[in-house]
Design a protein around this ligand. Structure first.
Ligand code: HEM
Length: 418
C-alpha cells in the first residue's frame, strides 16, 4: 500500500497547505514579524510544501504540548531546512532520552545559575572593555563591534579557546548557522566552515586530554559516563553546540533588541534611566526577538494530534515567535511592553530540551544592556538598509548605529552596577 504523503494527508484533513519558506522567502527577510504573525492567521497547524515539506505549528498551547511529549516528538533529526545533515550530531540538541538526560547532567554544573553568577564579573569586564573601545567614536557597527563579540569572548573564555581565534570562530559559526542556499548552492562554504570547526575542536580535545587546564573543555573531555570516558564524537558534538549556541543566539537577540531601542526612544530612555527595569525588559526581548524563532521535531510514531494525522518520520516546525505572539497566551501580543509581567514566553523553548544556557544568556543580555546604556544612552540607526537572516536562528545582517550622546564611565557609578 502506497503511504499517503503528509501533504496529501493535510489536504484530506482540509488543513491549509502553503509554501511557508523560512530561509528563502525574501519577504521574511525584510520583516520576519509579519511572517510569524501571518502564520497564526493561517492556522494553529498547517502544512508547508517548502524544503521537502513539514508541518508548521503556530499556537502557544500546541507547541507547549508537543515540547512536553518528547517520546512522541523526537529531537533525533532536528534539521535545518535545505542542507544535508552534517557528519556530526549536535549534542545534546539531537539526543532523546535516556542519552539526553545523561549529557544534560554532565553540562549542568557549568551552566547552572550559581555557576553563571560567578561568571558575571568576567562578563561585565568584557562588556566594559568593548564599550571603552567604542564610546569615543561617533558610531559603530553594533553586531560586529559588540553584539557578536561579547558572547563569543565570554563562551570562548569559559571553554578555554585562545582568543586569537575569535574572528575566525565567529565567522565559521555564522556560516554554519546561516547557510545561504540562494548563493551557496552546493553548501561548499557551509561544509568548509563546519569542517574547519570540527578540525579545530578535534585538536583542542586531543590537547586537553593530554594537558588538562582550568576550563570547561578540559572538564568535559576528561569526564566519564558510567565509569567510561566520554567518547570523542560525543565530546565534539557537545563542544560544537556549546560554542555555537553560546554566542550566536545571544548575539542575534542583542542585535534585535538594540534595533528596537534605537527606534523607540521612550523604551531606550526607560532602560538608560532605570537599569532596574532591564531584567524585565530582557524577558520581553526574549519573547519578541529571541534569537531562536523556530525549533523542530520529528514524529516518532503514528499519532493523531488534535485531529491531524501525523506519521512516523513527519517533520514538524514549531514557530516560537508565533507562539510568543499568540493572543490566547499574551495580552496585546504585538506590543513590545518592556514592563510586561508575567511573561511566560517560549524564547528558550520548553520541556526536556529547554535552553541549557539560559542563565548565561540572561546574564549576558542584562549586563550588555546595563553597560551599554550607562556609557552610550542615546543613539539612532545609521541606515535602515539591512535585512534579517533566518535559519533556525535569526540575526540582522548589519546594525549601524550613530551615537547622539556618550558619557565617560565614572568609576563610582560603574562599581555601583557591579
Ligand atoms: C538569547 C540567547 C538564547 C536563546 C534565545 C536560546 C534558545 C534556545 C532554544 C529555543 C533551545 C531549545 C531547542 C530545542 O528544544 O530544540 C535551546 C537549547 C540549547 N541552548 Fe540555548 N539559547 C540561547 C543562548 C544559549 C547560550 C548562551 C548557551 C550556552 C552554551 C546555550 C546552550 C544551549 C544548549 C546546550 C541547548 C540544547 C539543550 C538540550 O537539547 O537539552 N543557549 N536554546
Amino acid at each position: 500500500v502506497r503511504a499517503v504523503s503528509a501533504e496529501e494527508r493535510a489536504r484530506r484533513s482540509q488543513l491549509p497547505v502553503v509554501e511557508f519558506d523560512i530561509e528563502l522567502n525574501t519577504a521574511f527577510r525584510r520583516d520576519p514579524t509579519v511572517a510569524f504573525r501571518g502564520a497564526l492567521e493561517i492556522g494553529k497547524i498547517f502544512y508547508s510544501t517548502a524544503a521537502r515539506g513539514f508541518w508548521v505549528v503556530s499556537s502557544y498551547e500546541l507547541i507547549a504540548e508537543i515540547l512536553h511529549q518528547p517520546t512522541s516528538f523526537s529531537s533525533r533529526e532536528v534539521f535545518n531546512f535545505y542542507r544535508d545533515y552534517l557528519a556530526f550530531r549536535d549534542i545534546p540538541t539531537q539526543l532523546d532520552a535516556p542519552e539526553h538526560v545523561v549529557i544534560r547532567r554532565l553540562i549542568q554544573p557549568y551552566l547552572a545559575l550559581a555557576s553563571i553568577t560567578g561568571v558575571e564579573p568576567a562578563i561585565r569586564k568584557v562588556a566594559q572593555d568593548l564599550i571603552d573601545g567604542l564610546s569615543s567614536q561617533k558610531g559603530c557597527r553594533f553586531n560586529e563591534d559588540f553584539a557578536e563579540r561579547l558572547p563569543a569572548i565570554v563562551i570562548m573564555n569559559q571553554l578555554g579557546l585562545p582568543l586569537e581565534f575569535e574572528r575566525q570562530a565567529i565567522s565559521w559559526n555564522l556560516t554554519v548557522e546561516y547557510p545561504d542556499s540562494s548563493v551557496d548552492f552546493g553548501y561548499e562554504k557551509h561544509r568548509a566552515a563546519a569542517k574547519a570547526l570540527e578540525d579545530m575542536w578535534l585538536d583542542i580535545i586531543k590537547d586537553r586530554r593530554a594537558h588538562p587546564q582550568d576550563d570547561w573543555t578540559s572538564k568535559i573531555v576528561n569526564s566519564t559516563i558510567d565509569g567510561r570516558p566520554l567518547d570523542t564524537n560525543t565530546a565534539l558534538g557537545l563542544l560544537l553546540v556549546l560554542l555555537r549556541a553560546g554566542f550566536e543566539t545571544t548575539a542575534g537577540t542583542l542585535g534585535l533588541s538594540v534595533l528596537h531601542l534605537a527606534t523607540h526612544s521612550e523604551d531606550r530612555q526607560l532602560i538608560a534611566g532605570d537599569p532596574a527595569a532591564i531584567p524585565t525588559a530582557v524577558e520581553e526581548f526574549l519573547r519578541c526577538y529571541g534569537g531562536s524563532p523556530i525549533i523542530s521535531r520529528i514524529v516518532s510514531g503514528d499519532i493523531d494530534f488534535h485531529g491531524v494525522p501525523m506519521r512516523e518520520g513527519d517533520r514538524l516546525v514549531l514557530l516560537l515567535w508565533s507562539a510568543n505572539r499568540d493572543p490566547s497566551a499574551f495580552e496585546e501580543p504585538h506590543r513590545v511592553d518592556l514592563l510586561r509581567e508575567p511573561n511566560r514566553h517560549l524564547g528558550f523553548g520548553l520541556g526536556a530540551h529547554r535552553c541549557a544556557g539560559m542563565h548565561l544568556a540572561r546574564a549576558e543580555l542584562r549586563i550588555a544592556l546595563e553597560e551599554w546604556h550607562h556609557c552610550i544612552p542615546e543613539y539612532h540607526l545609521g541606515t535602515d538598509n539591512f535585512q534579517y537572516q533566518l535559519s533556525q536562528d535569526i540575526r540582522l545582517t548589519s546594525l549601524p548605529l550613530v551615537f547622539d550622546r556618550t558619557r565617560q564611565r565614572s568609576l563610582a557609578t560603574t562599581e555601583g552596577l557591579t
